[in-house]
Design a protein around this ligand. Structure first.
Ligand code: CLF
Ligand code: SF4
Length: 516
């Protein structure tokens, strides 16, 4: 049976000043903000104060570059919630920053700590532990903080991350700071209680259930107060917002300004996932989610205001692995209890040093490729889809891709702008003709898809839809290849071998179910 899950997420303390946070939040340095490289969560070491970069460089959610290499895990220790969101079916799970799915098991803090050590011993690239539900982390403060305490003792190199709806946040800021939580996410969908009343039917606060505009007024005041208190203590705060067309889509520009002015580091605007079968109020009322281009237009509109995150995968509350992959089935409680766990801190550090060197090589290759476009004056901008299984490489077969990463490329460079989740085209060695249609819709705004390998049938189908499938960059770096493809594309347009055609809109998959 399919079940619904959605969540939130969080952050931590440090010696970063509010002014540094404000600078980091409001844009790149002149070096990073020239338009030749993208800003936001794509910021690099030259775009941020060194102590801020140190905090984000290995965090897969706070750094777009890091998400190609580093993994996070969530432990589902927080089942209760203190508000109701119309996009959440509490019967199954929390929806603040995640997608439909399931939490296979709820854990005690002790089970959670053992699981963290088991995962960290198996996956050296796992650098962050998040508590993001399945309810609200701060509606379950004892379990949340006990888990953090146990993990800090057992695995001190792992960053702690927390996600909340913000209602109880002001009461716990001191504890969050004292526990060395480096990153906090607050889900803020409105700063106008009239808008909020359409999203939140009730909150439970001060021993009573409160409804209507009053509920959203309290929630909003508590969220913004919590945000100010965290940033005043130098804790990096990410704000998640769910884009709900017709309800808060235009209003999120105001939210963006409000959170920026209070020192939020990053803003993550996510699409509403809403289908009747999810059993949520929005699903049952037929409230739609945004299209890919509606989402991108809003993110672009807010990008001038502050750093935007575009690589969120709306994770499960028990997700394990790189963003976009799910290895949680390898770490069930039964399996974790049976594992011979040895925490290899030196091995983890060695792996992470290797990744640093690889990231430097990727950045240098991108800059070299970009330099070859220096004399180009074309104003064309295209989107290119990538099949990857991580490492910053084009290393996935078309038929095996669970998702495609989307890059926008122009003479200014290549920039990650989103991802599209899809069902496998090829399963158990068999491709399905019907399977190509949803993929074509998901990639409809792309000019090309770069893959490690692709068969003739899907290649022809893509060509029929005006999307070029390209294998010639197999196992090469993504951004370097996207720029190289763009250069080749411009040359072919210049020679009239092909005609540049503006692409249409694309769909964001709604039925991201995990079978339980
Ligand atoms: Fe988890 Fe959230 Fe921490 Fe990341 S997720 S608590 S900040 S470690 Fe990341 Fe997942 Fe998006 Fe959250 S991709 S849903 S933003
Ligand atoms: Fe669901 Fe509560 Fe999370 Fe809202 S805050 S998505 S109601 S668990």
């Amino acid at each position: 049976m399919s079940k619904l899950l959605q969540l939130h997420d969080f952050g931590a303390p440090g010696a970063v000043s509010f002014e540094q946070l404000r600078t980091a939040a409001t844009g790149c340095s002149s070096k990073g903000g020239t338009g030749k490289s993208s800003c936001g969560s794509a910021a690099g070491p030259n775009d941020l104060p060194p102590d801020v970069w140190e905090k984000v460089k290995n965090h897969p959610c706070y750094s777009e570059q890091a998400h190609h290499h580093f993994a996070r895990m969530h432990v589902a220790v927080a089942p209760a919630c203190n508000i109701q969101c119309n996009y959440c079916n509490r019967k199954y799970d929390c929806a603040n920053e995640s997608r439909p799915g399931v939490v296979s098991e709820k854990l005690t803090p002790e089970q959670a700590a053992r699981k963290v050590v088991a995962v960290a011993s198996t996956i050296p690239q796992m650098t962050v532990l998040g508590i993001a539900g399945p309810g609200d982390a701060l509606a379950n403060p004892a379990k949340t903080f006990k888990t953090f305490e146990l993990v800090t003792e057992a695995a001190p190199d792992i960053k702690l991350c927390l996600s909340t709806n913000g209602l109880m946040l002001p009461d716990y800021v001191e504890q969050i700071a004292a526990m060395n939580v480096d990153h906090v996410t607050i889900t803020i969908n409105m700063v106008d209680p009239e808008v909020g009343a359409k999203i939140y039917p009730w909150i439970f606060y001060d021993h009573r259930r409160i409804t209507g505009v009053e509920a959203s007024k309290i929630l909003s005041e508590r969220q913004l107060l919590g945000l100010e208190m965290l940033t005043a203590r130098g804790i990096l705060v990410k704000v998640n917002s769910v884009m709900i067309p017709g309800i808060n889509d235009k209003h999120l520009v105001e939210v963006n300004k409000a959170v920026k002015s209070r020192g939020a580091f990053l803003h993550n605007i996510m699409p509403l996932i809403s289908e009747a079968e999810h059993g949520t109020a929005f699903g049952l009322s037929g409230q739609r989610g945004p299209t890919a281009q509606e989402l991108k237009a809003l993110q672009d509109a807010c990008e001038g205001e502050m750093n935007m995150m575009r690589h969120c995968r709306q994770c499960r509350a028990d997700a394990v692995g790189l963003l976009g992959e799910d290895r949680s089935a390898e770490f069930t409680t039964d399996k974790v209890m049976a594992m011979d766990v040895e925490y290899d801190l030196a091995g983890r550090q060695a792996y992470q040093a290797k990744v640093e060197a690889e990231r430097d090589a990727i950045a240098a290759a991108k800059q070299r490729e970009l330099a070859t476009l220096a004399d180009e004056t074309a104003t064309i901008k295209i989107q290119v889809a990538i099949a990857t299984k991580g490492g910053g490489l084009i290393n996935e077969h078309f038929g095996h891709a669970h998702e495609f990463q989307i890059y926008e490329v122009s003479t200014a460079g290549a920039k990650f702008v989103g991802h599209r989740r899809v069902d496998l085209y090829c399963e158990g060695g068999y491709a399905s003709d019907a399977g190509i249609e949803p993929i074509l819709k998901a990639l409809n705004d792309c000019t090309a898809v770069l893959v490690a390998k692709i068969g003739m049938c899907p290649k022809d189908s893509l060509a029929g839809a005006g999307i070029e499938a390209v294998e010639s960059y197999a196992f090469e770096y993504i951004e370097q290849s996207v720029i190289a493809y763009f250069k080749d594309y411009l040359e072919r347009v210049g020679k009239s071998e092909i005609r540049h055609v503006a692409r249409g809109d694309a769909t964001i998959r709604q039925g991201a179910f995990i079978e339980a």
